[in-house]
Ligand binder design. Structure first.
Ligand SMILES: Cc1ncc(COP(=O)(O)O)c(C=O)c1O
Length: 427
């Protein structure tokens, strides 16, 4: 059976050497932030040691900084499938989205409508809900709680030609892994003259992004969710970005893509984000034969390698996620939440155990070196709709290419044990 070289992948991540209770730590907390390969650490350190400077000056380190940032825009452009002048950096996704919402909001009138969804993280709800202050109507596309998928029939009735000005939704749910049809939403937005804003923070670790194929106007993500440091990155489509009335200071370059950026950027973070993409590209080059059939025609160079890397990650994680879903669902007292079999999803598997709060589950698992997040993960609305808010929310296992089937088996065994003891020892 062909497989990715897991030993090689794991050797890239120094954090994986950590031992707890005699066992290597299983980092199943990726949706909250992945571990970081050595080359990302090296890129950040090297930048600070050799080229640390502010921008646009006339000496070696400032020129190197300008070149590094320009190069990183090219690299992230290859990640999104866009040009470097459509890539902006920021503090994190939330901050970038706030700037975007405030800019778009300047041109909205009372009575205009914005569509957000119940499945989204607050970072793609709150910035739009704030615009209600201006008389804008913010409407929420409901989620089907039985399938953790968006209600697309409701979506269709809620999109109003001439009234809907923004459609904001996530590519994938960070709480339950549902992948939503963002291309459909973007197409509908175009039809009615609205802007489309895609939150790809959770999706970005799990599949190739092609902003031109999606047809969205904006797509936002965060490098710390895909092996990088804590910075946000945005795709903003030209010429939409040209027309956007961002709130700029006189200190700021008013041109795209800089007009979405504020103050001094996180230079070492940008160096690290670019190195994270180079890691994905190398992973893709090493594993291209595994995904050759799935690679779209016509891709060249680094973009091809990145797409291959993302497909190879999915290829590796899919059977592990399937095993987790099947085995956890079969445990008495365990409920797995997420889209039905066959629906597009990421390898993020969330569940509850009857009689034990998610935080207590994660505390016990953590003592055994199984690191998982608990709660609502700021997907407040979804977790509330699932009726889990006052039960401590969900336990979430997220996979990355460095996770293994053995780690999944460790988790399944530990959950089975916890579920049995919650039933009072009855097997
Ligand atoms: C789906 C999703 N959107 C947005 C965010 C917020 O991203 P940031 O922390 O970069 O602001 C997160 C963070 O967990 C997320 O998972």
């Amino acid at each position: 059976m062909p497989h990715i070289d897991t030993d090689f992948v794991r050797s890239q991540f120094p954090a994986l050497a950590r031992i707890i209770s005699g066992q290597p730590v299983a980092y199943l907390d990726g949706p909250g932030g992945t571990q970081v390969p050595q080359r990302v650490l090296d890129a950040m350190r090297d930048y600070l040691v050799t080229s640390n400077s502010n921008i646009h000056g006339f000496f070696a380190t400032t020129e190197e900084t300008d070149a590094m940032i320009a190069g990183a825009r090219e690299t992230l452009g290859d990640f999104f499938g866009c040009g470097p002048d459509e890539v902006a950096f920021g503090a994190n996704m939330t901050t970038l989205n706030f700037l975007l919402a405030q800019a778009i909001g300047r041109d909205l009138q009372p009575g205009d409508e914005i569509l957000i969804t119940e499945i989204d993280h607050e970072a793609n709800r709150g910035p739009w809900l704030h615009l209600a202050e201006r008389g804008v109507l913010v409407r929420e596309v409901p989620v089907h709680t039985s399938t953790c998928t968006l209600d697309w029939d409701a979506f269709e009735t809620m999109v109003k030609p001439g009234r809907t000005k923004v459609i904001a939704l996530n590519y994938a749910s960070n709480a339950v892994g549902t992948v939503s049809d963002v291309a459909r939403a973007a197409a509908r937005a175009r039809e009615v003259g609205a802007l489309s804003v895609v939150d790809a923070v959770h999706y970005a670790l799990h599949g190739p992004i092609d902003v031109k194929a999606i047809g969205c106007d904006f797509l936002l993500c965060s490098a710390y969710k895909f092996f990088g440091p804590h910075i946000g990155v945005a795709y903003a489509r030209r010429p939409v970005l040209d027309a956007l009335r961002t709130l700029t200071l006189s200190t700021q370059e008013p041109e795209p893509p800089f007009k979405l950026e504020t103050g001094t950027l996180n230079h070492e973070g940008i160096a690290g984000a670019a190195a994270a993409i180079e890691f994905i590209a190398d992973f893709g080059r090493r594993n291209e034969d595994l995904v050759a059939d799935e690679l779209p025609d016509g891709l060249q160079g680094r973009r091809r390698a990145i797409v291959a890397g993302m497909l190879a990650s999915e290829w590796h994680e899919r059977p592990i996620a399937r095993r987790l879903i099947e085995e956890l669902s079969a445990i008495d007292g365990v409920t797995v939440y997420g889209p039905p079999a066959g629906h597009p999803r990421t390898s993020t598997v969330s569940f509850t155990i009857d009689g034990i709060e998610a935080a207590d589950v994660c505390r016990t698992l953590g003592e055994r070196g199984l690191f998982l997040w608990d709660g609502h993960f700021y997907a407040f609305k979804l977790v509330e709709r699932l009726g889990l808010m006052d039960r401590g929310g969900l336990v979430r296992a997220g996979l990355a290419p460095y996770n293994t089937m053995d780690e999944a088996e460790r988790l399944i065994a530990a959950v089975a044990e916890l579920a049995t003891s919650a039933r009072g020892g009855r097997t």
